[in-house]
Design a binder for this molecule. Structure first.
Ligand code: NAD
Ligand code: TYD
Length: 340
């Protein structure tokens, strides 16, 4: 099998690349990424050094460049993860989100169709469903009701993929997962930001009252789900992928858990102004993928958080080198005026 993974130098894409190389060692893997601020070839250093993958620095917004990659690659399958992925950045400026997430996905559909791709997995998010009240869970038929430019652009891309299936029989599957955490997670997102800030004895900026609930999915579990969908998912279908029930946790509890694991004081918590349009609660019903493909999350939140903290302790060069330059400009813009 010849697969191309888009967004392979990002958080989930790099974990997925490692996962596939470990679980399907006879597959040929091409990693595509345009290396935005969130892409880091260091995330793929060992497979690159061992020549176990091909890498192409390509922007999915550039149709001609994509066409050349697909003409040369003769791929069987596409795992599409390339995206602008951070809600807070989308609230500052949504244009890049529309370009990459919507137009980039349409370009990939187009070259995949013209080159006869046999299976296409589009990796999306539960954020397309909007916000839940205190009870209930998202199912695959929950109406789309996105709250941010990020989630609106992901919803649009999901619909482009599903429309291509309906119009042309495009062999595509959409997955929607909850918040991932684990190794190589860019330190703008809650868990890696708070672990690294705590290690630097910097404040942990909790938005609003910190009672927003997220359902945490350990990235290795997500990668296992994506591989099972690639191999066994039904075309034209959506599969929700969620964390364990006990991993549905309010942000303040997650923050305290991080401080506990690191042995740092709760005085590092700093309440800051809330995110506009902040979704209150996400929770996923993953019974469809469980029934059809036998997948379920296997890593509990306590164990996953411990593994994640250990990774950030052992890989301080990785995140310390990210937390400079452009990152610090973003940080100042995002948090500079937020302290209440
Ligand atoms: P990430 O921001 O860490 O990585 C995204 C990667 O895409 C980066 O390497 C970046 O360089 C690349 N990229 C961006 N624009 C590109 C373009 N125009 N052309 C080619 N490459 C481009 O994101 P992530 O957290 O790894 O998310 C991967 C996918 O999973 C995304 O589609 C995201 O919407 C989805 N997702 C993520 C989460 C999560 O918790 N992280 C949850 C649900 C869904
Ligand atoms: P984030 O990691 O940005 O993921 P998403 O917005 O996709 O869920 O945020 C997770 C939760 O943490 C979300 O409720 C927003 C909150 N949060 C904070 O309270 N402070 C922060 O500095 C960040 C980045 C997020």
């Amino acid at each position: 099998m010849k697969v191309i993974i888009t967004g392979a130098a990002g958080f989930i894409g790099s974990n997925l690349t490692h996962h596939i190389l470990a679980k399907r060692p006879d597959w040929s893997v091409t990693a595509l990424d345009s290396l935005t601020y969130a892409g880091n070839l260091g995330n793929l250093s060992s497979p690159l050094a061992e020549k176990r993958i091909e890498f192409t620095k390509t922007d999915i917004v550039n149709l001609d460049a994509l066409e050349q990659v697909f003409a040369a690659g003769k791929f069987d399958a596409v795992l599409h993860l390339a995206a602008e992925s951070h809600v807070d950045r989308s609230l500052m400026d949504g244009a890049a989100f529309v370009k990459t997430n919507v137009l980039g996905t349409q370009n990939l559909i187009s070259v995949s169709r013209s080159h006869g791709i046999k299976r296409f997995v589009h990796v999306s998010t539960d954020e397309v469903y909007g916000s839940l009240g205190p009870t209930g869970r998202f199912v695959e038929t929950t109406p789309l009701d996105p709250s941010s430019p990020y989630s609106a652009s992901k919803a649009a891309s999901d619909l482009m993929v599903l429309a291509a299936y309906r119009s042309h029989g495009f062999p595509a599957i959409v997955t929607r997962c909850t918040n991932n955490y684990g190794a190589y997670h860019f330190p703008e997102k809650l868990i890696p930001l708070f672990i690294s800030n705590a290690l630097e004895n910097k404040p942990l900026p909790v938005y609003g009252d910190g009672m927003q609930v997220r359902s945490w999915l350990y990235v290795e579990d997500h990668c296992a789900a994506l591989l099972s969908v690639l191999e066994g998912g039904r075309f034209g279908e959506v599969y929700n992928i969620g964390g364990a029930a006990e991993a549905e946790i309010a942000n303040l509890e997650t923050t305290k858990a991080i401080l506990r694991v690191l042995g740092k004081p709760e005085t590092l918590i700093q309440y800051v102004a809330d995110r506009p349009g902040h979704d209150r609660r996400y929770a996923i019903d993953y019974s469809k993928i469980n029934k059809e493909l036998g997948w379920r999350p296997t890593v509990g939140f306590e164990a996953g958080l411990k593994l994640t903290v250990d990774w950030y302790l052992k890989n301080q060069d990785w995140w310390r080198s990210i937390k400079s330059g452009e990152y610090m400009k973003y940080y100042e813009q995002q948090y500079g005026s937020k302290a209440e």
